[in-house]
Write a protein that binds this ligand. Structure first.
Ligand SMILES: C[S@@+](CC[C@H](N)C(=O)[O-])C[C@H]1O[C@@H](n2cnc3c(N)ncnc32)[C@H](O)[C@@H]1O
Length: 184
């Protein structure tokens, strides 16, 4: 990973909260010229995602176990091209409390701003209105430039934004889906 981050030869994209790794593997398979790093709080996600990457014989994607904010703190400024965050609101349905550290904090947004290159992009999709509103507020405060959602360059079924397992699940359940596309 260190070599990838120090090299200027290819774009670097990060996904925080990759779940089973399906999205990042699809992206990595489609664009072999870039390097992809996933970070997820759960170790069992890492195992599943790494198996998926191995099965597809991908050598441009790496899955790590860790927390989003702590991970970004270790990254050099202006070294990342794109950050993906999809359905990151892991609330416990019984208590409505976060099971992991809440991802969208002021500190986290500051880290995203710091590590993105000028012109770098954050893509965020959520089914959670409160999370969406909080993200809008923090991203505006950090100085990001808001744009319309830009479709991905790899094939995604019609009416889907990212086609992750949670997007499929929530669309099927008829939930509202909110997206954010901001540029540094
Ligand atoms: C609801 S799942 C979504 C998975 C996938 N992105 C999708 O759309 O299908 C949320 C994922 O975020 C991870 N996660 C939650 N909080 C996190 C944090 N602070 N840092 C890293 N990963 C986190 C969880 O472990 C979980 O795998």
């Amino acid at each position: 990973m260190k070599r990838w981050l120090e090299s200027a030869l290819f774009d670097i994209e990060i996904e925080i909260g990759y779940g089973n790794g399906e999205f990042l593997c699809n992206l990595a398979q489609f664009d072999q010229g870039a390097r992809y790093i996933g970070v997820d709080a759960q170790d069992q996600c890492r195992e599943e995602a790494m198996t998926r990457a191995r099965d597809k014989e991908l050598d441009n994607v790496l899955f790590l176990q860790g927390y989003g904010c702590a991970f970004l703190q270790k990254i050099a400024p202006e070294s990342i091209d794109v950050i993906h965050i999809y359905f990151p609101s892991p609330t416990d349905p019984r208590t409505h409390t976060y099971r992991w550290e809440p991802l969208m904090t002021e500190c986290f947004v500051d880290q995203i701003y710091r590590v993105l290159r000028i012109g770098g992009v954050l893509r965020l999709v959520t089914d959670h209105l409160g999370y969406y509103q909080r993200s809008l507020r923090l991203l505006k405060k950090a100085g990001f430039w808001f744009k319309e959602w830009e479709p991905h360059s790899f094939p995604i079924p019609r009416n889907f934004l990212v086609n992750t397992p949670f997007e499929r699940r929530y669309r099927k359940a008829g939930r509202e889906i909110y997206s954010i596309y901001v540029i540094k």
